[in-house]
Design a protein around this ligand. Structure first.
Ligand code: GLC
Length: 468
Protein backbone atom coordinates (compact mmCIF):
# COMPACT_ATOMS: atom_id res chain seq x y z
CA UNK A 1 0.00 0.00 0.00
CA UNK A 2 2.73 2.44 0.99
CA UNK A 3 4.34 2.91 -2.43
CA UNK A 4 1.18 2.81 -4.48
CA UNK A 5 -0.77 6.00 -5.07
CA UNK A 6 -4.11 5.76 -3.36
CA UNK A 7 -6.96 6.04 -5.85
CA UNK A 8 -10.22 7.63 -4.82
CA UNK A 9 -13.31 8.33 -6.88
CA UNK A 10 -15.85 10.82 -5.56
CA UNK A 11 -19.34 10.09 -6.87
CA UNK A 12 -21.83 12.91 -6.44
CA UNK A 13 -24.72 14.79 -7.97
CA UNK A 14 -22.97 18.18 -7.83
CA UNK A 15 -19.43 19.54 -8.19
CA UNK A 16 -18.36 23.17 -8.43
CA UNK A 17 -17.83 24.91 -10.75
CA UNK A 18 -19.59 22.57 -13.19
CA UNK A 19 -22.95 21.98 -11.53
CA UNK A 20 -24.07 23.55 -8.30
CA UNK A 21 -27.15 23.93 -6.16
CA UNK A 22 -25.66 24.02 -2.67
CA UNK A 23 -22.63 23.45 -0.46
CA UNK A 24 -22.30 19.84 -1.62
CA UNK A 25 -20.91 21.16 -4.90
CA UNK A 26 -18.26 23.25 -3.14
CA UNK A 27 -17.08 20.24 -1.18
CA UNK A 28 -16.96 17.82 -4.10
CA UNK A 29 -15.29 20.47 -6.25
CA UNK A 30 -12.53 21.29 -3.79
CA UNK A 31 -11.80 18.27 -1.55
CA UNK A 32 -10.28 16.21 -4.41
CA UNK A 33 -7.83 19.02 -5.17
CA UNK A 34 -6.73 19.08 -1.53
CA UNK A 35 -6.33 15.28 -1.58
CA UNK A 36 -4.23 15.53 -4.75
CA UNK A 37 -1.84 17.74 -2.81
CA UNK A 38 -1.48 14.94 -0.28
CA UNK A 39 -0.48 12.53 -3.02
CA UNK A 40 -3.87 10.90 -3.63
CA UNK A 41 -5.13 10.25 -7.17
CA UNK A 42 -8.55 11.78 -6.49
CA UNK A 43 -11.12 12.00 -9.27
CA UNK A 44 -14.78 12.91 -9.45
CA UNK A 45 -17.71 11.54 -11.40
CA UNK A 46 -21.06 13.27 -11.88
CA UNK A 47 -23.91 13.33 -14.40
CA UNK A 48 -23.58 15.51 -17.49
CA UNK A 49 -26.55 17.81 -17.00
CA UNK A 50 -27.79 19.98 -19.85
CA UNK A 51 -26.55 23.00 -17.91
CA UNK A 52 -22.88 21.94 -17.73
CA UNK A 53 -20.97 24.30 -19.99
CA UNK A 54 -18.92 21.93 -22.16
CA UNK A 55 -17.12 24.66 -24.03
CA UNK A 56 -16.22 26.84 -21.05
CA UNK A 57 -14.75 23.89 -19.19
CA UNK A 58 -13.24 22.26 -22.26
CA UNK A 59 -14.95 18.89 -21.82
CA UNK A 60 -13.54 16.08 -23.98
CA UNK A 61 -15.03 12.71 -24.83
CA UNK A 62 -13.32 9.94 -22.84
CA UNK A 63 -15.40 6.92 -23.87
CA UNK A 64 -18.47 6.25 -25.97
CA UNK A 65 -21.37 3.83 -26.08
CA UNK A 66 -20.86 2.07 -22.78
CA UNK A 67 -23.68 -0.33 -22.04
CA UNK A 68 -25.58 -0.01 -18.79
CA UNK A 69 -28.20 -2.64 -18.04
CA UNK A 70 -31.14 -1.31 -16.11
CA UNK A 71 -34.43 -3.15 -15.59
CA UNK A 72 -33.16 -5.80 -18.00
CA UNK A 73 -32.75 -3.28 -20.80
CA UNK A 74 -29.51 -2.09 -22.34
CA UNK A 75 -28.90 1.63 -22.48
CA UNK A 76 -25.84 3.44 -23.75
CA UNK A 77 -23.92 6.24 -22.05
CA UNK A 78 -20.88 8.32 -22.97
CA UNK A 79 -18.20 9.67 -20.66
CA UNK A 80 -16.66 13.12 -20.91
CA UNK A 81 -13.81 14.50 -18.89
CA UNK A 82 -12.26 17.80 -17.83
CA UNK A 83 -9.64 19.22 -15.52
CA UNK A 84 -9.63 22.50 -13.67
CA UNK A 85 -6.91 25.01 -14.42
CA UNK A 86 -3.82 24.38 -12.34
CA UNK A 87 -5.19 21.13 -10.88
CA UNK A 88 -4.62 17.48 -11.68
CA UNK A 89 -7.88 15.89 -10.52
CA UNK A 90 -9.95 14.55 -13.40
CA UNK A 91 -13.69 15.22 -13.42
CA UNK A 92 -15.76 12.67 -15.37
CA UNK A 93 -19.27 13.32 -16.62
CA UNK A 94 -21.73 10.62 -17.61
CA UNK A 95 -23.86 11.56 -20.57
CA UNK A 96 -27.28 10.01 -20.87
CA UNK A 97 -30.66 11.27 -22.04
CA UNK A 98 -31.74 10.85 -18.41
CA UNK A 99 -29.48 13.71 -17.30
CA UNK A 100 -30.13 15.95 -20.30
CA UNK A 101 -32.46 18.42 -18.52
CA UNK A 102 -30.71 21.54 -17.30
CA UNK A 103 -31.92 21.30 -13.77
CA UNK A 104 -29.88 18.98 -11.57
CA UNK A 105 -32.79 17.67 -9.55
CA UNK A 106 -35.48 17.83 -12.21
CA UNK A 107 -37.86 14.88 -11.93
CA UNK A 108 -41.60 14.33 -12.01
CA UNK A 109 -41.64 13.00 -8.46
CA UNK A 110 -39.45 11.49 -5.75
CA UNK A 111 -39.56 8.06 -7.32
CA UNK A 112 -38.32 9.41 -10.64
CA UNK A 113 -35.59 11.40 -8.90
CA UNK A 114 -34.42 8.27 -7.11
CA UNK A 115 -34.50 6.36 -10.42
CA UNK A 116 -32.40 9.00 -12.14
CA UNK A 117 -29.63 8.75 -9.57
CA UNK A 118 -29.88 4.99 -9.27
CA UNK A 119 -29.19 4.84 -13.00
CA UNK A 120 -26.23 7.16 -12.48
CA UNK A 121 -24.90 4.86 -9.74
CA UNK A 122 -25.20 1.83 -12.02
CA UNK A 123 -23.51 3.70 -14.83
CA UNK A 124 -20.57 4.71 -12.60
CA UNK A 125 -19.74 1.05 -12.03
CA UNK A 126 -20.00 0.19 -15.72
CA UNK A 127 -17.79 3.01 -16.96
CA UNK A 128 -14.87 2.41 -14.57
CA UNK A 129 -13.33 -0.51 -16.48
CA UNK A 130 -13.76 1.36 -19.76
CA UNK A 131 -12.02 4.53 -18.59
CA UNK A 132 -9.47 2.26 -16.92
CA UNK A 133 -9.71 3.75 -13.48
CA UNK A 134 -9.86 1.16 -10.75
CA UNK A 135 -10.33 3.11 -7.49
CA UNK A 136 -9.38 1.70 -4.10
CA UNK A 137 -12.24 3.68 -2.63
CA UNK A 138 -15.45 5.18 -3.94
CA UNK A 139 -16.43 8.13 -1.83
CA UNK A 140 -20.21 8.60 -2.15
CA UNK A 141 -21.91 11.85 -1.18
CA UNK A 142 -25.54 12.16 -0.03
CA UNK A 143 -28.42 9.95 -1.06
CA UNK A 144 -27.94 10.31 -4.80
CA UNK A 145 -24.94 8.02 -4.91
CA UNK A 146 -25.64 6.08 -1.71
CA UNK A 147 -26.69 2.92 -3.54
CA UNK A 148 -23.22 2.47 -4.99
CA UNK A 149 -22.16 0.97 -1.66
CA UNK A 150 -24.86 -1.71 -1.85
CA UNK A 151 -24.31 -2.38 -5.54
CA UNK A 152 -20.62 -3.03 -4.89
CA UNK A 153 -21.46 -5.30 -1.98
CA UNK A 154 -23.91 -7.30 -4.07
CA UNK A 155 -21.16 -7.74 -6.68
CA UNK A 156 -18.67 -8.76 -3.99
CA UNK A 157 -16.32 -6.04 -5.17
CA UNK A 158 -13.06 -5.30 -3.38
CA UNK A 159 -13.57 -1.55 -3.75
CA UNK A 160 -14.19 0.08 -0.36
CA UNK A 161 -16.81 2.76 0.11
CA UNK A 162 -17.20 5.85 2.23
CA UNK A 163 -20.54 7.54 2.56
CA UNK A 164 -20.66 11.21 3.52
CA UNK A 165 -23.92 12.69 4.77
CA UNK A 166 -24.16 16.37 3.84
CA UNK A 167 -27.79 16.72 4.79
CA UNK A 168 -29.85 14.05 6.49
CA UNK A 169 -33.13 15.68 5.58
CA UNK A 170 -32.91 14.68 1.90
CA UNK A 171 -33.07 10.90 2.05
CA UNK A 172 -34.22 9.76 -1.36
CA UNK A 173 -36.97 7.24 -1.10
CA UNK A 174 -38.82 5.17 -3.64
CA UNK A 175 -40.94 2.10 -4.01
CA UNK A 176 -39.06 -1.23 -3.77
CA UNK A 177 -39.96 -1.73 -7.44
CA UNK A 178 -36.98 0.46 -8.16
CA UNK A 179 -34.74 -2.49 -7.35
CA UNK A 180 -35.59 -3.97 -10.74
CA UNK A 181 -33.82 -1.01 -12.27
CA UNK A 182 -30.70 -2.02 -10.39
CA UNK A 183 -31.11 -5.65 -11.40
CA UNK A 184 -31.47 -6.43 -7.69
CA UNK A 185 -34.20 -7.94 -5.56
CA UNK A 186 -34.98 -7.22 -1.93
CA UNK A 187 -33.39 -10.57 -1.12
CA UNK A 188 -30.04 -9.72 -2.64
CA UNK A 189 -28.83 -7.71 0.35
CA UNK A 190 -29.92 -7.87 3.97
CA UNK A 191 -30.04 -4.09 4.12
CA UNK A 192 -32.59 -4.05 1.30
CA UNK A 193 -34.68 -6.74 2.88
CA UNK A 194 -34.92 -4.74 6.08
CA UNK A 195 -35.52 -1.47 4.36
CA UNK A 196 -38.25 -2.80 2.04
CA UNK A 197 -40.39 -3.96 4.96
CA UNK A 198 -42.11 -0.59 5.22
CA UNK A 199 -42.86 -0.54 1.51
CA UNK A 200 -40.09 1.90 0.72
CA UNK A 201 -36.40 1.87 -0.16
CA UNK A 202 -34.58 4.70 1.54
CA UNK A 203 -31.32 5.56 -0.25
CA UNK A 204 -29.85 7.29 2.80
CA UNK A 205 -30.42 4.15 4.89
CA UNK A 206 -28.74 2.04 2.21
CA UNK A 207 -25.69 4.29 2.20
CA UNK A 208 -25.44 4.22 5.98
CA UNK A 209 -25.77 0.44 6.22
CA UNK A 210 -23.68 -0.68 3.28
CA UNK A 211 -20.68 1.65 3.23
CA UNK A 212 -17.42 0.73 4.93
CA UNK A 213 -17.37 4.06 6.77
CA UNK A 214 -19.94 6.79 7.35
CA UNK A 215 -18.95 10.40 7.79
CA UNK A 216 -20.71 13.71 8.10
CA UNK A 217 -19.50 17.26 7.76
CA UNK A 218 -19.01 18.38 11.37
CA UNK A 219 -18.48 16.77 14.76
CA UNK A 220 -21.54 18.39 16.30
CA UNK A 221 -23.85 17.31 13.45
CA UNK A 222 -22.50 13.76 13.85
CA UNK A 223 -23.69 13.86 17.47
CA UNK A 224 -26.97 15.61 16.70
CA UNK A 225 -28.15 13.07 14.12
CA UNK A 226 -27.77 10.25 16.60
CA UNK A 227 -30.55 11.86 18.70
CA UNK A 228 -34.30 11.53 17.97
CA UNK A 229 -34.78 15.30 17.83
CA UNK A 230 -32.43 15.72 14.84
CA UNK A 231 -32.22 12.19 13.49
CA UNK A 232 -34.93 12.75 10.85
CA UNK A 233 -36.35 9.34 11.89
CA UNK A 234 -33.08 7.59 11.09
CA UNK A 235 -31.46 7.85 14.53
CA UNK A 236 -31.84 4.10 15.11
CA UNK A 237 -30.10 3.27 11.85
CA UNK A 238 -27.42 5.84 12.55
CA UNK A 239 -26.84 4.35 15.99
CA UNK A 240 -25.76 1.13 14.26
CA UNK A 241 -22.70 2.85 12.80
CA UNK A 242 -19.85 4.99 13.98
CA UNK A 243 -20.25 8.35 12.25
CA UNK A 244 -17.05 10.34 11.79
CA UNK A 245 -17.45 14.12 11.87
CA UNK A 246 -15.01 15.84 9.51
CA UNK A 247 -15.49 19.56 9.07
CA UNK A 248 -15.58 20.87 5.51
CA UNK A 249 -12.86 23.18 4.31
CA UNK A 250 -13.03 26.08 1.89
CA UNK A 251 -11.28 26.63 -1.38
CA UNK A 252 -9.23 29.47 0.07
CA UNK A 253 -7.95 30.41 -3.39
CA UNK A 254 -11.44 31.19 -4.61
CA UNK A 255 -12.64 32.73 -1.37
CA UNK A 256 -9.93 35.29 -0.79
CA UNK A 257 -10.72 38.99 -0.33
CA UNK A 258 -7.16 39.90 -1.32
CA UNK A 259 -7.58 38.50 -4.85
CA UNK A 260 -11.33 38.12 -5.43
CA UNK A 261 -12.08 39.73 -8.80
CA UNK A 262 -15.79 39.97 -8.16
CA UNK A 263 -15.54 42.48 -5.32
CA UNK A 264 -15.09 46.23 -5.64
CA UNK A 265 -11.84 46.57 -3.72
CA UNK A 266 -9.44 43.89 -2.55
CA UNK A 267 -8.32 43.85 1.06
CA UNK A 268 -6.69 41.69 3.68
CA UNK A 269 -6.42 41.64 7.44
CA UNK A 270 -3.66 44.25 7.15
CA UNK A 271 -5.76 46.82 5.32
CA UNK A 272 -9.21 46.15 6.68
CA UNK A 273 -10.13 49.75 5.95
CA UNK A 274 -10.56 48.92 2.28
CA UNK A 275 -13.43 46.67 3.27
CA UNK A 276 -15.36 49.90 3.83
CA UNK A 277 -15.29 50.62 0.09
CA UNK A 278 -17.00 47.32 -0.50
CA UNK A 279 -19.63 48.22 2.07
CA UNK A 280 -20.27 51.57 0.44
CA UNK A 281 -20.50 50.03 -3.01
CA UNK A 282 -22.91 47.40 -1.73
CA UNK A 283 -25.13 50.00 -0.06
CA UNK A 284 -25.17 51.96 -3.29
CA UNK A 285 -25.86 48.95 -5.51
CA UNK A 286 -28.77 47.86 -3.32
CA UNK A 287 -30.25 51.33 -2.91
CA UNK A 288 -29.59 51.59 0.81
CA UNK A 289 -28.54 54.87 2.45
CA UNK A 290 -24.75 55.10 2.26
CA UNK A 291 -23.82 55.27 5.90
CA UNK A 292 -20.78 53.92 7.70
CA UNK A 293 -22.56 53.84 11.02
CA UNK A 294 -25.37 51.44 10.12
CA UNK A 295 -24.38 47.79 10.14
CA UNK A 296 -25.01 45.88 6.92
CA UNK A 297 -26.24 42.40 7.76
CA UNK A 298 -25.89 39.86 4.96
CA UNK A 299 -27.29 36.43 4.14
CA UNK A 300 -26.44 34.29 1.10
CA UNK A 301 -28.56 31.20 1.30
CA UNK A 302 -30.95 28.67 -0.11
CA UNK A 303 -34.47 29.47 1.05
CA UNK A 304 -35.41 26.22 2.74
CA UNK A 305 -36.93 25.40 6.09
CA UNK A 306 -33.46 24.49 7.38
CA UNK A 307 -32.27 28.08 7.17
CA UNK A 308 -34.41 29.62 9.90
CA UNK A 309 -36.68 32.02 8.00
CA UNK A 310 -39.62 31.11 10.20
CA UNK A 311 -37.90 33.31 12.83
CA UNK A 312 -38.23 36.46 10.74
CA UNK A 313 -40.86 39.00 11.71
CA UNK A 314 -41.51 42.75 11.96
CA UNK A 315 -39.77 43.03 15.28
CA UNK A 316 -36.54 41.75 13.75
CA UNK A 317 -36.81 44.24 10.91
CA UNK A 318 -37.03 47.10 13.39
CA UNK A 319 -33.43 46.56 14.53
CA UNK A 320 -31.03 49.33 13.48
CA UNK A 321 -29.51 47.57 10.47
CA UNK A 322 -29.62 47.20 6.72
CA UNK A 323 -30.43 43.59 5.85
CA UNK A 324 -29.69 41.99 2.49
CA UNK A 325 -30.74 38.43 1.67
CA UNK A 326 -29.65 36.80 -1.58
CA UNK A 327 -31.20 33.48 -2.44
CA UNK A 328 -33.88 31.38 -4.06
CA UNK A 329 -35.87 28.41 -2.90
CA UNK A 330 -39.28 27.57 -1.49
CA UNK A 331 -42.10 29.72 -2.73
CA UNK A 332 -43.46 30.34 0.74
CA UNK A 333 -40.22 31.91 1.94
CA UNK A 334 -39.80 33.84 -1.29
CA UNK A 335 -43.26 35.33 -0.79
CA UNK A 336 -42.84 36.05 2.92
CA UNK A 337 -39.48 37.75 2.41
CA UNK A 338 -40.77 39.65 -0.62
CA UNK A 339 -43.61 40.99 1.51
CA UNK A 340 -41.28 42.07 4.33
CA UNK A 341 -38.94 43.75 1.85
CA UNK A 342 -41.89 45.70 0.45
CA UNK A 343 -42.81 46.83 3.94
CA UNK A 344 -39.31 47.95 4.99
CA UNK A 345 -37.73 49.25 1.79
CA UNK A 346 -35.04 51.26 3.62
CA UNK A 347 -33.96 48.41 5.82
CA UNK A 348 -34.37 45.19 3.93
CA UNK A 349 -33.52 44.21 0.35
CA UNK A 350 -34.40 40.79 -0.94
CA UNK A 351 -32.44 39.64 -4.01
CA UNK A 352 -34.53 36.69 -5.08
CA UNK A 353 -32.19 35.27 -7.74
CA UNK A 354 -28.84 33.59 -8.20
CA UNK A 355 -25.93 35.99 -8.64
CA UNK A 356 -22.39 34.86 -7.93
CA UNK A 357 -20.98 38.38 -8.06
CA UNK A 358 -23.54 39.81 -5.68
CA UNK A 359 -22.85 36.88 -3.34
CA UNK A 360 -19.17 37.78 -3.12
CA UNK A 361 -20.02 41.46 -2.76
CA UNK A 362 -22.29 40.64 0.16
CA UNK A 363 -19.50 38.73 1.92
CA UNK A 364 -17.12 41.62 1.30
CA UNK A 365 -19.56 44.45 2.05
CA UNK A 366 -21.34 43.08 5.13
CA UNK A 367 -20.40 43.90 8.69
CA UNK A 368 -22.41 41.00 10.07
CA UNK A 369 -23.32 37.69 8.43
CA UNK A 370 -26.45 35.92 9.61
CA UNK A 371 -27.17 32.17 9.71
CA UNK A 372 -30.03 31.40 12.13
CA UNK A 373 -30.32 27.80 10.86
CA UNK A 374 -32.68 25.31 12.45
CA UNK A 375 -29.95 22.76 11.71
CA UNK A 376 -26.74 23.08 9.73
CA UNK A 377 -24.59 20.03 8.95
CA UNK A 378 -21.55 22.21 8.30
CA UNK A 379 -22.38 25.52 6.68
CA UNK A 380 -19.93 27.21 4.36
CA UNK A 381 -21.39 30.73 4.44
CA UNK A 382 -20.15 31.50 7.95
CA UNK A 383 -16.62 30.41 7.01
CA UNK A 384 -16.59 32.48 3.84
CA UNK A 385 -17.99 35.44 5.78
CA UNK A 386 -15.23 35.21 8.38
CA UNK A 387 -12.58 35.12 5.67
CA UNK A 388 -14.07 38.35 4.38
CA UNK A 389 -14.17 39.94 7.84
CA UNK A 390 -17.95 39.80 8.28
CA UNK A 391 -18.83 38.88 11.85
CA UNK A 392 -21.02 35.76 12.02
CA UNK A 393 -24.24 35.63 14.03
CA UNK A 394 -25.40 32.02 14.02
CA UNK A 395 -27.56 29.49 15.75
CA UNK A 396 -25.40 27.08 17.76
CA UNK A 397 -26.06 23.95 15.73
CA UNK A 398 -23.94 21.53 13.68
CA UNK A 399 -20.98 23.07 11.93
CA UNK A 400 -22.06 26.58 12.96
CA UNK A 401 -21.49 25.60 16.57
CA UNK A 402 -18.10 24.12 15.70
CA UNK A 403 -16.77 27.11 13.76
CA UNK A 404 -18.12 30.14 15.64
CA UNK A 405 -16.95 31.07 19.14
CA UNK A 406 -16.91 34.29 21.14
CA UNK A 407 -13.55 35.34 19.67
CA UNK A 408 -15.02 35.59 16.20
CA UNK A 409 -18.75 36.10 16.54
CA UNK A 410 -22.05 35.40 18.27
CA UNK A 411 -24.29 32.38 18.62
CA UNK A 412 -27.59 31.47 20.25
CA UNK A 413 -29.02 28.12 21.27
CA UNK A 414 -32.79 28.56 21.39
CA UNK A 415 -34.47 28.39 18.01
CA UNK A 416 -36.60 31.47 18.70
CA UNK A 417 -37.06 34.98 17.34
CA UNK A 418 -36.34 36.31 20.78
CA UNK A 419 -32.92 34.65 21.01
CA UNK A 420 -32.10 35.72 17.46
CA UNK A 421 -32.99 39.36 18.14
CA UNK A 422 -31.07 39.46 21.43
CA UNK A 423 -27.97 38.03 19.77
CA UNK A 424 -28.19 40.39 16.81
CA UNK A 425 -28.50 43.26 19.28
CA UNK A 426 -25.27 42.14 20.96
CA UNK A 427 -23.53 42.02 17.60
CA UNK A 428 -24.80 45.48 16.68
CA UNK A 429 -23.51 46.80 20.00
CA UNK A 430 -20.05 45.48 19.23
CA UNK A 431 -20.32 46.94 15.73
CA UNK A 432 -20.82 50.33 17.37
CA UNK A 433 -17.55 49.91 19.27
CA UNK A 434 -14.90 50.35 16.57
CA UNK A 435 -12.07 48.84 18.58
CA UNK A 436 -13.95 45.70 19.55
CA UNK A 437 -15.34 45.39 16.05
CA UNK A 438 -11.89 45.48 14.53
CA UNK A 439 -10.58 42.88 16.96
CA UNK A 440 -13.37 40.46 16.08
CA UNK A 441 -12.91 41.07 12.37
CA UNK A 442 -9.20 40.41 12.62
CA UNK A 443 -9.83 37.21 14.54
CA UNK A 444 -12.32 36.13 11.89
CA UNK A 445 -9.93 36.73 9.04
CA UNK A 446 -7.13 34.83 10.77
CA UNK A 447 -9.07 31.58 11.10
CA UNK A 448 -7.75 28.70 9.05
CA UNK A 449 -10.60 27.25 7.01
CA UNK A 450 -8.43 25.66 4.35
CA UNK A 451 -8.90 22.01 3.46
CA UNK A 452 -5.46 21.06 4.77
CA UNK A 453 -6.57 19.66 8.09
CA UNK A 454 -9.78 17.99 6.92
CA UNK A 455 -8.23 16.45 3.82
CA UNK A 456 -5.68 14.82 6.13
CA UNK A 457 -8.51 13.42 8.24
CA UNK A 458 -10.14 11.91 5.16
CA UNK A 459 -6.82 10.48 4.05
CA UNK A 460 -6.31 8.87 7.46
CA UNK A 461 -9.76 7.32 7.21
CA UNK A 462 -9.13 6.04 3.66
CA UNK A 463 -5.90 4.43 4.84
CA UNK A 464 -7.61 2.90 7.84
CA UNK A 465 -10.24 1.30 5.58
CA UNK A 466 -7.67 -0.10 3.22
CA UNK A 467 -5.65 -1.63 5.99
CA UNK A 468 -8.63 -3.31 7.63
C1 GLC B 1 -25.43 20.79 2.82
C2 GLC B 1 -25.61 21.28 4.25
C3 GLC B 1 -24.56 22.33 4.62
C4 GLC B 1 -23.17 21.82 4.27
C5 GLC B 1 -23.11 21.39 2.80
C6 GLC B 1 -21.77 20.81 2.42
O1 GLC B 1 -25.78 21.79 1.93
O2 GLC B 1 -26.90 21.81 4.44
O3 GLC B 1 -24.60 22.61 6.00
O4 GLC B 1 -22.23 22.84 4.48
O5 GLC B 1 -24.08 20.39 2.57
O6 GLC B 1 -21.39 19.72 3.20
Amino acid sequence: MTNKKLKVLMAASEASPFAKVGGLADVVGSLPLALEKLGVDARVILPLYGSVNRRQFNLKVAAKNIEVVSAGKKEKVNVWQAKLKGARSIFYFIESRRFAPKEIYSAKNDNELAKKFLFFSLAVLEVLPVIKFQPDIIHCHDFHTALIAGLLKARKSKIKTIYTIHNLSYQGSSSPLILQEANLSAGSLTSLQRDAQDGEINFMVQGILNSDAVTTVSKTYAKEIAAPSSGENLEKVIALRKVYGILNGLDTKIFNPATDKLIVRNYSVKNLRSKQDNKKALQKKLGFAIDDNIPVVGMVTRLTCQKGFSLFNDQLLRLPMQLIILGTGFKKYEEDLGRLAGKYPDKFKFANYFDLQLAQQIYAGSDIFLMPSRFEPCGLGQMIAMRYGAIPVVRATGGLDDTVNSKVGFKFKDFSTDALIKTLQKAIKVFDNKKKRKQLQQNCMQQDFSWDKSAKEYLALYKKLLSS
